[in-house]
Design a binder for this molecule. Structure first.
Ligand code: PBG
Length: 310
């Protein structure tokens, strides 16, 4: 009877796997704060994507870890940057068998760790950053991405990227906006995964959302929709179920939610101590994110879920 009346069902169709690819390595490297997640080499990334396709996962989102960083984050738009190289390889081998998404930001590639170009006072220059983002969008498009996912929270980023992609003949590439992205402390393990430290003990509060605010998030989501976003995302997920529900009610576009590194790490740590039951809590958490209104969930649990789902 409970199965007949269950209102929310989580399936492998609902999860997208975030994957890290690191330049210059031959074997995958573990990430201590993200147990079970690795920095992939190009070869191990390809194997992982093949496995995910076999398991029925519909999408991956790529993050790059470059060999060297510079103030403008050149690796984000260099045709030979690690994510562009990975995209070309994956698109060539798998074509449209899995949706290839790429995080579009520069923080993994900048020496100062900010998501944009920093001026001489150490502040992120919004409009100078847009010029770099559009170059990254074109580079990812040329490399074979299906969906670009701008995550830097710069004002006007979706409009600028849409115009550049359309101008370059890439009008079929979708934009998934990290639209309501909060300045969360739950991204800590991710920053280990991509070797990012924000210089001078800085933070992202100048461009990411204040977690005390809902209306501000709704304004950001509306701006992304107005500018041409195809999918809007809320991030993190579990502490923001109210935001997911509000965004779901406000738009008929697909809504994504990012179950972030810190959310995953807390689950793994508590389970490793025997304090909670990993599998049950994992499914409870992911189902709650879907129940709140997410159409799909970016989660480091994607592979595990696909393997354990019926
Ligand atoms: C920025 C980006 C971040 C995450 C995804 N894209 C880090 C940040 O904003 O500091 C975090 C993802 C996670 O914690 O799992 N490129």
């Amino acid at each position: 009877m409970r199965e007949l009346v269950a209102e929310t069902r989580l399936t492998t169709d609902d999860v997208v796997a975030p994957l890290f690819v690191r330049e210059g390595i031959d074997a995958p490297q573990p990430i201590s704060s993200l147990p079970g997640v690795v920095q992939h080499s190009l070869a191990s990334l390809e194997t992982e994507v093949a496995d995910l396709i076999a398991l029925g996962v519909r999408g991956v989102v790529l993050f790059g870890v470059p060999l060297s960083k510079d103030p403008v984050g050149s690796g984000a738009f260099d045709p030979n940057g690690i994510v562009q190289v990975a995209l070309r390889r994956l698109r060539e081998r798998f074509d449209d068998r899995i949706v290839l998404m790429a995080d579009l930001c520069v923080d993994e590639y900048t020496s100062h760790g900010h998501c944009g170009i920093v001026d001489d006072k150490g502040r992120v220059d919004n409009d100078a950053t847009l010029e770099v983002y559009v170059k990254a969008a074109l580079a990812q498009a040329r490399a074979g991405v299906h969906v670009v996912a701008p995550s830097g929270m710069m004002d006007g980023q979706v409009a600028a990227i849409r115009a550049e992609l359309d101008g370059g003949g890439f009008n079929d590439i979708a934009i998934m906006g990290y639209s309501a992205k909060y300045a969360s402390a739950l991204y800590g393990p991710f920053r280990d995964a991509v070797d990012v430290q924000i210089s001078g003990g800085g933070n992202r509060k100048g461009y990411q959302q204040d977690w005390r605010n809902t209306r501000e998030a709704m304004t950001e989501v509306a701006a992304d929709i107005e500018q041409g976003a195809d999918i809007v995302m809320v991030k993190p997920a579990l502490a923001y179920l109210d935001i997911i529900a509000a965004v779901r009610a406000a738009t008929n576009l697909p809504v994504a939610a990012y179950h972030v590194s810190g959310e995953y790490a807390m689950l793994k740590a508590a389970a490793a101590n025997g304090w909670i039951d990993h599998d049950t809590v994992a499914v409870e958490h992911l189902t709650a994110i879907k129940r709140a209104g997410a159409d799909f969930i970016l989660t480091y649990l994607a592979r595990w879920f696909a393997e354990s789902a019926d």
